[in-house]
Design a protein around this ligand. Structure first.
Ligand SMILES: Nc1nc(=O)c2c([nH]1)NC[C@@H]1CN(c3ccc(C(=O)N[C@@H](CCC(=O)O)C(=O)O)cc3)C=[N+]21
Ligand SMILES: [Mg+2]
Length: 287
C-alpha cells in the first residue's frame, strides 16, 4: 500500500483564490485588508517565513506593513509599536513573529495585541474562546490542518486522533480543534512513556515534535491519515518534516509532504484571518 499524498500547496492555491476575491470586495468598499508583521532579530528561518507571509499578502490583495527590529531591541519600543497598531483603524491583523529574543516576555507581547487583531490566535482570550468552542481567531497551523482534513473528507467524529507535541502554537490548539470536531484525542510528548502504544491506534496522526523524520512507519496504523507539521532544516539545507516520509507512506492511507503540505496552508489561514478581521471592521462601519 502506498499513501495518497495530500497536496497542501494545491489546496492553499484554491483557498487563496477565494481569499483574494473577498479582499478585492473589501477594497472596493473602501476597507482594504491590512496585516502588520513585526520581526525582531535576524533568525534566518524567521526571515524566510516573514518574507513568505508578506508575499502571500501581496498576491491576495492584502496590504502588509513590515516592521524589523534588531535582536537587542528594547521591549518598550516594540510594545509602543503594538499600541500604535492596535489604535490604527487601517490595520486589521497584527503578527509578532516567534520566537522572540530572550529579553522579551513572550506572553506579555502576545497579550499586548488587541484580541480583535490577533490573527495568529495566540492571545489568551482567543485561546480561551477556542477551548470553549466559541468564535475565535484560530491559530493558523492547526486551522490549516483542519482545512486539509476537511477537504480530504477524513472522518473525525468518533475517530482516534493522536497529536505528538504539546506546544501552545500547534499541539494544544490542534488537540482542541480535533476534540471540538468529535475525535477522541490523545496528546503525546517527550515524557510519554510508550509512544508507539498511542500512535498505532491513531486514525489521524499529527506530528508536531520538531525532530526530523521522528515518526517512522512502524508507529503508524495501516491506512491512517498522517499530518506532518514539522519543518526541519537539514545540514545540507534541505527541508524535512517530523515524519519519515518513505516508511510512513508505505503504511499510511494519506500523508502530507514537507515542503508543500501544512506550511502553505499555515500562511493561507493567516491571510483568511486578516480578511475576516477586515470584514468585521467593514461591518462595524456599515460599509
Ligand atoms: N507569530 C508567529 N506566527 C506563525 O504563524 C509562525 C511563527 N510566529 N513562527 C514560526 C512558525 C512557522 N511558520 C511557517 C509558515 C510557513 C511555512 C511555509 O510556507 N513552509 C513551506 C516551505 C518554506 C521554506 O522553504 O522554508 C512549505 O512547507 O512548503 C512554514 C512555517 C509560521 N510560524
Ligand atoms: Mg512539544
Amino acid at each position: 500500500m502506498t499513501a495518497r499524498i495530500i497536496d497542501g500547496k494545491a489546496l492553499a492555491e484554491r483557498v487563496r483564490g477565494e481569499i483574494a476575491a473577498r479582499a478585492a470586495g473589501l477594497a472596493a468598499r473602501g476597507e482594504q485588508p491590512c496585516l502588520a508583521v513585526l520581526l525582531i532579530g535576524s533568525d534566518p528561518a524567521s526571515a524566510v517565513y516573514v518574507r513568505n507571509k508578506v508575499a502571500g499578502c501581496e498576491k491576495a490583495g492584502i496590504r502588509s506593513l513590515r516592521f524589523d527590529y534588531p535582536a537587542d531591541a528594547a521591549p518598550e519600543v516594540v510594545m509602543a509599536k503594538l499600541a500604535e497598531l492596535n489604535a490604527d483603524p487601517a490595520v486589521h491583523g497584527i503578527l509578532v513573529q516567534l520566537p522572540l529574543p530572550l529579553q522579551f516576555d513572550e506572553a506579555a507581547v502576545l497579550e499586548a495585541i488587541s484580541v480583535e487583531k490577533d490573527v495568529d490566535g495566540f492571545h489568551a482570550e482567543n485561546v480561551g474562546r477556542l477551548s470553549q468552542n466559541q468564535e475565535a481567531f484560530i491559530p493558523c497551523t492547526p486551522h490549516g490542518v483542519m482545512k486539509m482534513l476537511e477537504s480530504e473528507h477524513v472522518p473525525l467524529s468518533g475517530a482516534e486522533a493522536v497529536v505528538i507535541g504539546r506546544s501552545n502554537i500547534v499541539g494544544k490548539p490542534m488537540a482542541m480543534l480535533l476534540t471540538n470536531a468529535g475525535a477522541t484525542v490523545t496528546v503525546c510528548h517527550s515524557k510519554t512513556r510508550d509512544l508507539a502504544f498511542h500512535t498505532r491506534r491513531a486514525d489521524v496522526l499529527v506530528a508536531a515534535v520538531g525532530k526530523p523524520r521522528f515518526v517512522t512507519g512502524d508507529l503508524i496504523k495501516p491506512g491512517a491519515t498522517v499530518i506532518d507539521v514539522g519543518i526541519n532544516r537539514l545540514p545540507d539545507g534541505k527541508l524535512c518534516g517530523d515524519v519519515d516520509f518513505d516508511s510512513a507512506a508505505a503504511v499510511a492511507g494519506a500523508i502530507t509532504p514537507v515542503p508543500g503540505g501544512v506550511g502553505p496552508m499555515t500562511i493561507t489561514m493567516l491571510l483568511e484571518n486578516t480578511v475576516i478581521s477586515a470584514e468585521r471592521a467593514a461591518r462595524r462601519k456599515g460599509l
